[in-house]
Write a protein that binds this ligand. Structure first.
Ligand code: PRP
Length: 193
């Protein structure tokens, strides 16, 4: 097992927990969509959700297509800017298709609210969310993922695709970033050791 990254305070969800939970989510999705015609379109949100998507689709034993959008809300900050922008749209036409959004994290819920509204306008046969993590802030509770991996505390989480200032996405676990890292960054000191 890799040593804990020096910028990580503690592991919140380790590799075994991720593997087991995602296997279960995949089995639940496989069961629920077993009889839908035309299979699934799994839509994921770059960049953070790419790692979760890659593992989740391999746990789903059904015909499926993958598509990706890029939205932006955080920039390099630890708090949401409150703005969501679409930077890259879907490649596929989802009208009449069964769509499952695979997202790594619901925090304020802004990103998911925006995406659900955007995709609903395209008249999918169904639209559901599989989220790995949910922080349960007041605003984020507007969003109820049909499939949820873990509830997490309101801390800055990194790893398993999730970043701070573009780094830490390759950590194999979900960890809480040390406050000193982003506080040092706010003071203009190097963020990554
Ligand atoms: C993160 C995460 C979600 C979003 C959740 O992405 O992947 O998409 O924030 O936050 P919200 O519920 O407050 O909207 P981020 O904007 O950090 O971009 P990234 O995927 O490129 O890391």
């Amino acid at each position: 097992m890799k040593a804990l990254h020096p910028d990580v305070e503690r592991v919140l969800i380790d590799e075994d927990q991720l593997r087991e939970r995602i296997a279960q989510m995949g089995a639940d999705i496989t069961r629920d969509y077993a009889d839908v015609p035309g299979g699934l379109v799994v839509v994921s949100v770059l960049t953070s959700a790419a790692v979760f998507m890659a593992d989740l689709v391999r746990a789903i034993d059904l015909p499926l297509e993958m598509d990706l959008v890029t939205v932006s809300s955080y920039g390099d900050k630890t708090e949401s800017s409150g703005e969501v922008r679409l930077l890259k749209d879907l490649e596929s036409n989802i009208e009449g298709r069964h769509v499952l959004i695979a997202e790594d994290l619901i925090d304020t819920g802004l990103t998911m609210s925006y995406l659900v509204e955007l995709l609903q306008q395209r008249k999918p046969a169904s639209l559901e969310i599989a989220a790995l993590l949910h922080k349960h802030k007041e605003s984020g509770d507007r969003i109820a993922p049909r499939y949820l991996g873990f509830d997490v505390p309101d801390e800055f989480v990194v790893g398993y695709g999730m970043d701070y200032a573009g780094f830490y996405r390759n950590l194999p676990y979900v960890g809480a970033l040390k406050r000193s890292v982003y506080e040092a960054d706010a003071q203009g000191l190097p963020a990554v050791e």
